[in-house]
Write a new protein. Structure first.
Length: 272
């Protein structure tokens, strides 16, 4: 049974307190009823978090922080709401999960949302697993770019998130470039996983290099290493084993498809 099934069934045996426990409890309280009376939401202890616990934490932090970023400029745009719904649809959430995600998104929009406390607990629960923290930040960047650009207020919060999670600002800049390039690159070549049929345009090739996180002057060996590293970091099975909710495996799969298409584009241009 998945973490969600255990949560709804009242058999989720791990205490989850702190701000994330409070957010999850509020979201579930609004979206479901009597079936949740037995869920334990107390102070969380020092025992190492299990994968199911991390999955609950990741789900809670993802949608609540997404709502907080969306409200950063004082209003939530229709594009940002649509992006949140698109993420939920891509995850194929059932009705209860979708309602919980919406409630978490709305919790994040509150003026008193405890961002720093949420990030502190999230980082602690994830045991600083860098691949999970990276995936979390990529999702938040995609949400921030929902309306086409990141404004100053959103950028300030994203950098604050980096500081809270211990993510270097240089890595943030690289991830931002990758997310921005992926927005332009999608559909620019052949289908994911297949080499482009035609010579890639200059813009398509530029975006492909950005997705791989290397410059056009990188050697063939450096391009291959970057590709293998990114595929390993975004491997869906490995991410789920570390605590990515099963429902988010489609997001990781999409990232691997983008990375592979970018690599195929570069490989075609270089005749590798």
């Amino acid at each position: 049974m998945s973490w969600w099934g255990k949560l709804i069934g009242g058999t989720f045996g791990y205490l989850l307190g702190g701000p994330l426990g409070a957010l999850l409890g509020a979201a579930l309280g609004h979206s479901v009823d009597e079936g949740l009376r037995n869920i334990k939401l107390g102070g969380y202890g020092a025992d190492g978090p299990e994968v199911e616990r991390i999955q609950a934490v990741f789900f809670t932090a993802t949608f609540s922080v997404m709502g907080h970023i969306a409200k950063a400029d004082g209003r939530v745009s229709p594009q940002e709401i649509e992006l949140a719904r698109a993420v939920m649809a891509q995850m194929r959430l059932d009705e209860q999960q979708r309602l919980a995600a919406i409630n978490l998104f709305n919790e994040g929009k509150a003026d008193d949302f405890p961002l720093d406390e949420v990030l502190r607990q999230f980082r602690q629960e994830c045991h600083r697993r860098s691949t999970l923290l990276r995936m979390f930040l990529e999702i938040q960047l995609q949400a921030a770019y929902a309306d086409g650009a990141i404004d100053a207020a959103e950028r300030a919060i994203l950098l604050r998130i980096c500081d809270g999670l211990g993510v270097d600002h240089a890595l943030f800049a690289q991830l931002e470039a990758m997310v921005r390039a992926a927005r332009h690159f999608a559909g620019g070549g052949a289908g994911a996983g297949a080499p482009p049929r035609h010579e890639p345009t200059r813009d398509t090739l530029r975006d492909a290099y950005a997705i791989l996180g290397v410059g056009s002057d990188a050697s063939d060996a450096e391009v291959k290493r970057a590709y293998k590293r990114l595929m390993n970091q975004h491997h869906p099975d490995k991410l789920v084993a570390k605590g990515l909710p099963e429902e988010m495996i489609r997001l990781a799969t999409q990232k691997t498809q983008e990375i592979k298409q970018a690599y195929d584009t570069v490989r075609s241009a270089r005749a590798l």
